[in-house]
Ligand binder design. Structure first.
Ligand SMILES: Cc1cc2nc3c(=O)[nH]c(=O)nc-3n(C[C@H](O)[C@H](O)[C@H](O)COP(=O)(O)OP(=O)(O)OC[C@H]3O[C@@H](n4cnc5c(N)ncnc54)[C@H](O)[C@@H]3O)c2cc1C
Length: 410
């Protein structure tokens, strides 16, 4: 059996790693590098050699079993992981409104005027609401002060999902509250970053492929149906014929690639159109352009609300010991001055339709040898989702794969 995998992000690479040795496969990637949203840059800063992530950078320390199992299986050991306190500083107009406690912060630093009200709101939420309840319904029932609503509760999701602050009330409450649970805690929760950058996981996976051909700079331009499978035609005009096809590209691209014969009523094309994305631009930089003037107020995540948007700046000090910052710069009025790298991504918007769209796509999986993997197909759209989606596809294509045993059962 020959399997075609389109897209070498984490879901395409995990799919390839799982089906490898059980069949021959070809993995086609449009960019010149593998990794997808895992894009890491190496540099020597303040005499420290470090690898800094521009895109995907972290996993939850206590809730990432698939990621942890995968890293162990490809030989990334505990020494490669750095646990970082998930502390936040929310600011507006140069004023810090909420400052989370975190190790190393001097005791005299106050928590800011909105800390108690934010905590009180989060403590009042009874249980995680049903999946189709919008965050606005929770806000309406608990009526937090407008400053808390706009500059804290809506700011973090607006930055995470790259959407306007005003649109956060329309997002699913269970998703928004899951992310807000790390804010205004007496003890900061922990996230985990990879010393070698998230791209190192991509390389570790690729290095273990034996029966899979990996081609970068080979964007698939179109897909045609053949008698017993699919022909993948890349932008250079090369044809590759496969029996099973796994699309791990973002859904707007997957929809565009589908053969015309597969766009009729009930076809995946209609479901793929239900997933929404927004562009977001990031910079790695050395000047603390978007952090409070007082260094004691710096957190791992520093968020500023401005002009109806909220944008984050991740400080690498707590993880790497150097003043490197990864900031969203899509809507900033002033750009950072000492820039190391920039990159544009597309972030999934978790609409209240997300779970239904995921279910509808799941019902179509595997039909006519066509599979979809990717962070958007299941869960919250994070790396756990990407890995779980790849495992689900591999269980259908190569159920006997020994590597499947490394990952948690579904
Ligand atoms: C900026 C950003 C930061 C994120 N940070 C985190 C985080 O810290 N933790 C977390 O858990 N999740 C994070 N996510 C969410 C998401 O789970 C991860 O980005 C995950 O790595 C996505 O993997 P994927 O394989 O599903 O998709 P992608 O990484 O998007 O991979 C898709 C691949 O397909 C390729 N491609 C596209 N079109 C074609 C074509 N026509 N032919 C061939 N190849 C094509 C792309 O170049 C890309 O390499 C983040 C998302 C974004 C946008």
């Amino acid at each position: 059996m020959r399997v075609g995998i389109v897209g070498a992000g984490i879901s395409g690479l995990v799919t390839a790693w799982l089906v490898d040795q059980e069949c021959t496969a070809v993995l086609l990637e449009a960019r010149s590098r593998i990794g997808g949203n895992a894009r890491s840059a190496a540099g020597c800063v303040e005499n420290v050699l470090g690898v800094f992530d521009l895109g995907t950078q972290e996993i939850a320390a206590d809730d990432s079993s698939a990621h942890a199992a995968l890293m162990a299986a490809v030989g990334i050991d505990a020494h490669q992981l750095i646990d970082v306190p998930s502390s936040h500083t929310f600011s507006m107009d140069g004023n810090a409104l909420l400052v989370d406690d975190c190790p190393g912060r001097p005791a005299h630093v106050g928590r800011g005027p909105l800390w108690e009200q934010t905590r009180s709101f989060l403590d009042s939420v009874p249980d995680l609401p049903d999946r189709d309840v919008p965050f606005g319904a929770v806000v309406e029932s608990l009526s937090p002060p407008p400053a808390v609503r706009d500059h804290v509760l809506s700011a973090l999701p607006a930055a995470l999902f790259a959407c306007p602050v005003a649109q956060v009330v329309g997002l699913p409450a269970h998703v928004v509250l899951t992310y807000l649970s790390s804010v205004a805690n007496d003890e900061p929760s922990t996230v985990r970053v990879l010393r070698g950058g998230m791209e190192s996981l991509a390389w570790a996976l690729a290095a273990r492929l034996t029966t899979t051909e990996v081609r970068t700079g080979a964007g698939v331009d179109r897909v045609e149906r053949t008698a017993d499978g699919y022909a993948l035609i890349d932008t250079e005009g090369h044809h590759r014929v496969v029996e099973q096809l796994v699309l791990t590209v973002p859904p707007p691209t997957a929809a565009r690639l589908l053969p015309a014969s597969m766009t009729g009523p009930g076809a995946p094309w209609h479901v793929l159109r239900r997933f929404a994305y927004r562009p977001v631009r990031y910079a790695l930089h050395l000047d603390p352009a978007y952090l409070p003037g007082d260094r004691d107020l710096w957190s791992t995540y520093n968020l500023i609300s401005h002009d109806g948007w909220a944008e984050s700046s991740f400080w690498y000090g707590p993880s790497h010991g150097v003043d490197v910052f990864k900031s969203q710069i899509t809507h900033r009025s002033a750009q950072p001055r000492r820039v190391l790298a920039t990159s544009t991504f597309h972030a999934l918007t978790p609409t209240t339709d997300l779970v239904d769209a995921q279910r509808a796509l799941a019902a179509l999986q595997g039909r006519e040898g066509l599979h979809f993997a990717g962070h958007y197909t299941t869960g919250l759209g994070d790396q756990e989702s990407a890995i779980a989606s790849a495992a689900a596809v591999a269980r259908r294509i190569t159920p006997g794969s020994a590597r499947l045993r490394h990952l948690p059962a579904p």
